[in-house]
Design a protein. Structure first.
Length: 159
Protein backbone atom coordinates (compact mmCIF):
# COMPACT_ATOMS: atom_id res chain seq x y z
CA UNK A 1 0.00 0.00 0.00
CA UNK A 2 1.26 3.47 -0.81
CA UNK A 3 0.58 6.48 1.42
CA UNK A 4 0.44 10.01 0.11
CA UNK A 5 3.40 12.05 1.36
CA UNK A 6 1.12 14.47 3.22
CA UNK A 7 -0.62 11.57 4.97
CA UNK A 8 2.69 9.95 5.88
CA UNK A 9 3.89 13.17 7.52
CA UNK A 10 0.58 13.51 9.37
CA UNK A 11 0.85 9.94 10.68
CA UNK A 12 4.43 10.53 11.85
CA UNK A 13 3.38 13.67 13.72
CA UNK A 14 0.37 11.87 15.19
CA UNK A 15 2.32 8.88 16.48
CA UNK A 16 5.15 10.97 17.92
CA UNK A 17 2.83 13.43 19.61
CA UNK A 18 0.90 10.63 21.36
CA UNK A 19 -2.10 12.75 22.33
CA UNK A 20 -4.75 10.65 20.66
CA UNK A 21 -6.85 7.72 21.75
CA UNK A 22 -5.24 4.31 21.65
CA UNK A 23 -7.51 3.20 18.82
CA UNK A 24 -6.44 6.11 16.64
CA UNK A 25 -2.77 5.38 17.38
CA UNK A 26 -3.26 1.69 16.52
CA UNK A 27 -4.88 2.60 13.23
CA UNK A 28 -2.10 5.06 12.44
CA UNK A 29 0.50 2.38 13.13
CA UNK A 30 -1.43 -0.07 10.95
CA UNK A 31 -1.26 2.37 8.03
CA UNK A 32 2.45 3.00 8.59
CA UNK A 33 3.31 -0.71 8.61
CA UNK A 34 1.17 -1.40 5.54
CA UNK A 35 3.00 1.41 3.75
CA UNK A 36 6.33 -0.22 4.69
CA UNK A 37 5.20 -3.38 2.89
CA UNK A 38 4.14 -5.55 5.81
CA UNK A 39 1.50 -8.24 5.26
CA UNK A 40 -1.93 -8.04 6.83
CA UNK A 41 -1.12 -10.94 9.17
CA UNK A 42 2.22 -9.38 10.18
CA UNK A 43 0.64 -5.99 10.89
CA UNK A 44 -2.14 -7.58 12.94
CA UNK A 45 0.37 -9.46 15.10
CA UNK A 46 2.70 -6.47 15.49
CA UNK A 47 0.03 -3.95 16.44
CA UNK A 48 -2.15 -6.36 18.43
CA UNK A 49 -5.34 -6.04 16.40
CA UNK A 50 -7.29 -8.50 14.29
CA UNK A 51 -6.73 -9.04 10.60
CA UNK A 52 -10.24 -7.72 9.99
CA UNK A 53 -9.27 -4.44 11.65
CA UNK A 54 -6.20 -4.14 9.42
CA UNK A 55 -8.26 -4.76 6.29
CA UNK A 56 -10.95 -2.32 7.42
CA UNK A 57 -8.42 0.46 8.09
CA UNK A 58 -6.77 -0.17 4.72
CA UNK A 59 -10.12 -0.12 2.88
CA UNK A 60 -11.25 3.08 4.63
CA UNK A 61 -7.98 4.78 3.74
CA UNK A 62 -8.27 3.82 0.09
CA UNK A 63 -11.94 4.75 -0.22
CA UNK A 64 -12.37 7.73 2.10
CA UNK A 65 -8.95 9.06 3.08
CA UNK A 66 -6.84 9.41 6.20
CA UNK A 67 -9.41 10.91 8.56
CA UNK A 68 -11.97 8.16 7.86
CA UNK A 69 -9.31 5.49 8.36
CA UNK A 70 -8.27 6.86 11.75
CA UNK A 71 -11.57 7.97 13.27
CA UNK A 72 -14.90 6.17 13.65
CA UNK A 73 -18.11 7.68 12.38
CA UNK A 74 -20.48 8.76 15.17
CA UNK A 75 -22.96 6.10 16.16
CA UNK A 76 -26.62 7.11 16.32
CA UNK A 77 -27.54 5.23 19.49
CA UNK A 78 -31.03 4.28 20.53
CA UNK A 79 -33.79 6.84 20.76
CA UNK A 80 -34.89 7.92 24.22
CA UNK A 81 -37.86 5.99 25.57
CA UNK A 82 -39.38 9.05 27.26
CA UNK A 83 -39.58 12.59 25.96
CA UNK A 84 -38.47 15.38 28.29
CA UNK A 85 -42.12 16.25 28.94
CA UNK A 86 -43.03 12.67 29.80
CA UNK A 87 -39.98 12.33 32.06
CA UNK A 88 -40.84 15.52 33.93
CA UNK A 89 -44.46 14.38 34.36
CA UNK A 90 -43.32 11.04 35.80
CA UNK A 91 -40.90 12.79 38.18
CA UNK A 92 -43.66 15.18 39.28
CA UNK A 93 -45.95 12.22 39.89
CA UNK A 94 -43.31 10.51 42.04
CA UNK A 95 -42.74 13.69 44.07
CA UNK A 96 -46.44 13.75 44.99
CA UNK A 97 -48.15 11.39 47.39
CA UNK A 98 -48.49 7.76 46.30
CA UNK A 99 -51.95 6.44 45.36
CA UNK A 100 -54.45 5.87 48.13
CA UNK A 101 -53.79 2.68 50.03
CA UNK A 102 -50.05 2.79 49.31
CA UNK A 103 -47.45 3.96 51.79
CA UNK A 104 -44.71 4.65 49.23
CA UNK A 105 -43.87 4.54 45.55
CA UNK A 106 -42.14 1.48 44.09
CA UNK A 107 -40.65 1.26 40.63
CA UNK A 108 -43.36 -1.21 39.58
CA UNK A 109 -46.09 1.06 40.96
CA UNK A 110 -44.61 4.07 39.13
CA UNK A 111 -44.68 2.22 35.78
CA UNK A 112 -48.26 1.09 36.32
CA UNK A 113 -49.49 4.53 37.42
CA UNK A 114 -47.69 6.37 34.59
CA UNK A 115 -49.48 4.20 32.04
CA UNK A 116 -52.81 4.30 33.90
CA UNK A 117 -52.73 8.11 34.14
CA UNK A 118 -51.86 8.40 30.45
CA UNK A 119 -48.49 10.06 31.00
CA UNK A 120 -46.82 7.51 28.72
CA UNK A 121 -48.25 4.86 26.37
CA UNK A 122 -45.90 2.23 27.83
CA UNK A 123 -42.76 2.25 29.92
CA UNK A 124 -40.49 -0.38 31.42
CA UNK A 125 -39.27 -0.65 34.97
CA UNK A 126 -35.64 -0.18 33.91
CA UNK A 127 -36.48 3.09 32.14
CA UNK A 128 -38.20 4.36 35.28
CA UNK A 129 -35.32 3.18 37.47
CA UNK A 130 -32.80 5.08 35.32
CA UNK A 131 -35.01 8.18 35.36
CA UNK A 132 -35.19 8.11 39.16
CA UNK A 133 -31.43 7.57 39.34
CA UNK A 134 -30.77 10.60 37.10
CA UNK A 135 -32.93 12.75 39.39
CA UNK A 136 -31.54 11.20 42.58
CA UNK A 137 -35.03 10.13 43.73
CA UNK A 138 -35.55 7.18 46.06
CA UNK A 139 -39.30 7.15 46.74
CA UNK A 140 -39.30 3.54 48.00
CA UNK A 141 -37.29 4.70 51.03
CA UNK A 142 -39.92 7.22 52.09
CA UNK A 143 -43.08 6.44 53.92
CA UNK A 144 -45.64 9.22 53.58
CA UNK A 145 -48.51 9.67 55.96
CA UNK A 146 -51.03 12.37 56.64
CA UNK A 147 -50.08 14.36 59.71
CA UNK A 148 -52.27 15.86 62.42
CA UNK A 149 -53.36 18.87 60.34
CA UNK A 150 -53.85 17.02 57.04
CA UNK A 151 -50.35 17.83 55.81
CA UNK A 152 -48.26 15.26 54.06
CA UNK A 153 -45.28 14.37 56.18
CA UNK A 154 -42.37 12.25 55.09
CA UNK A 155 -40.66 9.96 57.58
CA UNK A 156 -37.28 10.47 55.89
CA UNK A 157 -35.98 13.67 54.33
CA UNK A 158 -36.05 13.87 50.54
CA UNK A 159 -32.83 14.18 48.68
Amino acid sequence: MKLRQVDSAALDALTHRGRESVRVLWRARVLQLLAEGWTVVGVAEAVGVTETTVRTVRRRYREEGLSAALHEKPRPGAARRLTEKQASEVVAMVCALPPEGRARWTVRLITQEAVRRGLVPEVGRETVRELLLRHDLKPWREKNYVGKYGLSVSSTPRR
